[in-house]
Write a protein of this length. Structure first.
Length: 537
């Protein structure tokens, strides 16, 4: 009876029930803030934040104040290059003590121009505010969604060297069971050493728990223990991908991260296992090396499985001469993992058993196999009660990209039903860059979901800023941040650009009203005045 109750509670917390204004039926899936129930997309706010940070700005939605309107959590990527200190006499860098960008305070910054990157906005509907009309050059009084910046409620008392460095995205869940959303984001540690991606030593993940006084406190040092955790320092790890959900069916929310550290002949997954009150104990829970990870009940057996994204065996063989990797003739000898598919839950939160394997995909622009799957999304796209998969397929060094949709056809099997090539890869190895980006580079950082045209099928929103580069040869720029794949039937879509008249999402007004607990510093006042003018359609 206890297990049945737990499953029912979990089912009613999934995204199908947060999206109360849709007809979509969604199978068991953790709500990680990727469901846009109010059709909000913060386009202008993200553009404003990109001026301060290193281009990439991610967000998720969640009702932290339980008023029925989803609130906004925004995460930027710190610009580490200008924040390196700690040089020795011979000029070599010994330690990076960058600005404490993961807290709500700028007091620990070594540059007054750098500000926090974790911002939280309390959303209200039917708010009346002033909106600037560019055409008429006057202020209009409008009513609609409005966000109030409450980022000063984020508290981080950790040492400066534990600050956020290389962040992929942000997730929320109620980890400590107090009814308020908590915050987690993994940290890869790239750029930690010298502002360049020449070393990736890993960095502690970031774990904010809600407090009784209404703040969120970074709690890594007090609430994380177990494998690989250093006392007072948290889990120092290159966490490329991460996801949340109740992996062991005990009624609380756990975390799973990919680790890019070598372990045996492959890699490993690390699970933050919740003790029930927000205290996490880290353990090894899988044996794969890879980039992307997403939880969902793929086989409808009542527990959460993993959709996993890694490298491609075929691509490694294509590039083995250039890499000096001459041992890729068989899978078992190929360096690092090349499994892309489903990792099955044993019912106890361990994912060592492989299920369905997704096939490799060839870039039709040049004939090379896509090298890796850096990002994955999971949703019931066709409304049939099981979870389908959206994947980002990229070439070596993120050159060329295709978006794929894999339909769940039951019995743990999938078939590819949609392929959309966003940009072409280089035509030959001779033109292939040796760094990420370049004129052939593009990819999809994240997806959000919702049924915006009310047709019973889930629509897909492209969320991210590293799409087609300004110097890209792919000048069409059809897919940009905020583009919506609007369903026109089962796995058929129209692509709607944010500038199109029929764009289905809405932006909102922003006010910088702060908590009365905080006295603003001059730099915060400067940011406040800039946000005051941020009034949107």
């Amino acid at each position: 009876m206890k297990k049945i109750l737990i499953l029912l509670l979990f089912f009613f917390s999934t995204q199908g029930f947060t999206a109360s204004n849709t007809k979509v039926k969604v199978a068991i899936k953790p709500d990680n803030g990727d469901w846009l129930k109010d059709s909000i997309y913060p386009i202008t706010l993200k553009e404003k934040m990109r001026m301060r940070y290193k281009g990439s700005v991610k967000f998720i939605m969640g009702d932290f104040d339980n008023d029925g309107v989803d609130d906004l959590f925004v995460l930027g990527t710190p610009n580490i290059k200008d924040l390196i200190t700690g040089e020795t006499a011979n000029g070599k860098i010994t330690i990076n003590v960058a600005c404490d960008v993961s807290s709500g305070s700028t007091s620990n910054c070594y540059s007054s121009k750098k500000r926090r990157i974790l911002n939280i906005y309390s959303m209200k509907d039917n708010a009346t505010y002033e909106k600037w009309n560019r055409n008429k050059q006057k202020w209009d009084t409008v009513t609609g969604f409005q966000a109030t910046d409450v980022s000063d409620l984020v508290v981080n008392n950790n040492p400066i060297e534990m600050s956020a460095q290389g962040i992929q995205h942000i997730l929320t869940a109620d980890f400590n069971g107090d009814g308020v959303l908590d915050i987690f984001f993994g940290d890869s540690g790239v750029d930690l050493w010298d502002g360049k991606k020449t070393k990736m030593p890993g960095q502690n993940d970031h774990y904010y728990l809600s407090q009784a006084d209404g703040t969120w406190l970074e709690s890594t040092t007090t609430h994380v223990s177990g494998k690989g955790v250093k006392k007072g320092r948290g889990l120092k790890n290159f966490s490329h991908g991460f996801t949340t959900g109740d992996i062991d069916n005990d009624g609380d929310i756990d975390i799973v991260v990919t680790s890019l550290e070598w372990f045996g002949n492959n890699g490993q997954l690390l699970c933050y296992v919740n003790k029930g009150d927000g205290h996490m104990k880290v353990r090894r829970c899988g044996g794969e090396f890879g980039w992307a990870i997403e939880l969902g009940d793929i086989d409808n057996d009542g527990d959460l499985d993993i959709v996993f994204g890694s490298g491609s065996h075929a691509s490694k063989k294509e590039w083995e001469d250039e890499d000096g990797m001459n041992d890729c003739a068989s899978y078992n000898n190929c360096p690092r993992g090349t499994f892309n598919g489903i990792l099955l839950n044993d019912g106890k939160g361990k994912f060592f058993k492989r299920g369905f394997s997704f096939p490799d995909v060839v870039d039709n622009s040049n004939g090379f196999t896509y090298t890796s799957i850096p990002y994955i999304g999971v949703a019931d796209l066709d409304g049939d009660g099981d979870l389908d998969v959206v994947r980002s397929l990229v070439g070596r060094m993120y050159q060329g990209m295709t978006m794929s949709i894999e339909e769940n056809i039951g019995n743990g099997e999938f078939k590819t039903v949609f392929l959309d090539r966003w940009c072409d890869g280089p035509p030959s190895k001779a033109e292939w860059p040796t760094w990420e980006g370049g004129k052939y580079g593009c990819h999809a950082p994240e997806w959000k979901f919702g049924d915006f045209n009310q047709d019973g099928f889930v629509d897909i929103v492209v969320d991210g800023s590293w799409m087609l580069r300004e110097n890209s040869l792919n000048i069409e720029r059809r897919i940009i941040d905020g583009t919506v794949y609007l369903s026109t039937g089962k796995f058929t879509y129209d692509t709607i650009h944010p500038d199109d008249k029929n764009y289905p999402l809405t932006d909102f007004g922003v006010t910088s009203k702060k908590s009365t607990k905080t006295i603003l510093t001059p730099s915060q006042q400067e940011l406040t005045s800039e946000l005051d003018s941020l009034i949107i359609k």
